[in-house]
Design a protein around this ligand. Structure first.
Ligand code: R5P
Length: 296
């Protein structure tokens, strides 16, 4: 039997996915008390008692509210009680703080993941988490779904035999995965970040991009600084068309403008967030489907 699905209010899911993978969608109400505290209540609890349930909620935008909402939903489902509770988080906020870069910092990714487990999730599925190693903190079945192959497949509609480039060594895993799936060449740039100011810089590195199309693959576009720097370096080395493919397109402030000014004509993004940006160079692709396929 297919599981019941409950969709967090931060995420709007494609109805075809619900029809294909869920027995039914479970509703819940929520309200905010005058002091700002959140209340949720799951409806139709009879339907899901002792049944498998999949909870889908993304943690952007409104990271902190969505996180609390997710924990409350998990707790309420556990108390229903449901049988198996699988939590799909298309975008796991705080994943970039995956270690203590400076003394006195928390490991934010770790505490977010541990809390989801502690609240009662049996299984956690995330899409392209910044560092898959962070999932060890779940201490149970936690799966990272790489979707760079899907993003690059879409990019291949616009470019010819491109080389795939990671903007830093940390992105190499997702780049290698996509490049090998599509039998393409790949390489990476060398990026460093000043841990106090947050400023990003890129060391010069020769790449085989001259007279070639390039797809830059990354997990997150936030301010667009990383992508803009990468594009500049790649263009300086004589690349033809440069396309960007990123799983989570936060696109904060003037990120889009920065990337366009660097010379990018197409940005492919996954549908992992609770917001979408409207611009003729941005194209969204369905990636949640791959997470649901793991349930079969
Ligand atoms: C960091 O290592 C991530 O993989 C992204 O490259 C980064 O978060 C992008 O941030 P921004 O767009 O602000 O440069």
């Amino acid at each position: 039997m297919k599981p019941y699905c409950i969709i967090g209010q931060n995420y709007s899911i494609n109805n075809d996915i619900v029809k294909q993978y869920c027995t039914d969608k479970i509703n819940y109400t929520q309200k905010i008390f005058p002091d700002g505290e959140r209340y949720i209540r799951i409806l139709d609890t009879d339907k899901i008692s002792e049944k498998d349930v999949v909870l889908i909620n993304t943690l952007y935008p409104r990271q902190n509210d969505s996180f609390i909402e997710t924990l409350f939903l998990i707790d309420a489902l556990r108390k229903t009680p449901v049988k198996r509770l699988i939590t799909i988080i298309p975008y796991l906020a705080y994943s970039r703080q995956d270690k203590q870069f400076l003394p006195g910092e928390p490991i934010s990714a770790e505490i977010i993941i541990k809390s989801i487990r502690l609240a009662g999730a049996d299984q956690l599925i995330v899409i392209d988490i910044h560092n898959p190693e962070s999932l060890k903190s779940f201490n149970g079945c936690a799966i990272n779904v790489l979707v760079s192959d899907i993003l690059v497949k879409k990019a291949l509609e616009y470019v010819d035999n491109p080389i795939i480039i990671a903007p830093d060594k940390g992105a190499l895993g997702r780049v290698k995965y996509a490049a090998e799936k599509h039998s393409l060449e790949y390489d990476y740039l060398i990026k460093s970040r000043d841990r106090n100011t947050g400023e990003v810089s890129m060391s010069p590195k020769e790449l085989k991009v001259h007279n070639r199309d390039v797809v830059i693959v990354d997990d997150i576009i936030s301010t667009g600084g990383t992508i803009a720097l990468a594009v500049k370096q790649i263009k300086k080395q004589g690349a033809r068309e440069v396309i960007v493919a990123a799983t989570h397109g936060l696109m904060i402030g003037n990120a889009l403008e920065k990337i366009k000014n660097a010379g990018v004509e197409k940005i492919i993004l996954g549908n992992t967030l609770g917001i979408k940006h409207n611009d003729n160079i941005i194209e969204y692709v369905e990636v949640l489907d791959k997470a649901f396929k793991l349930l079969n």
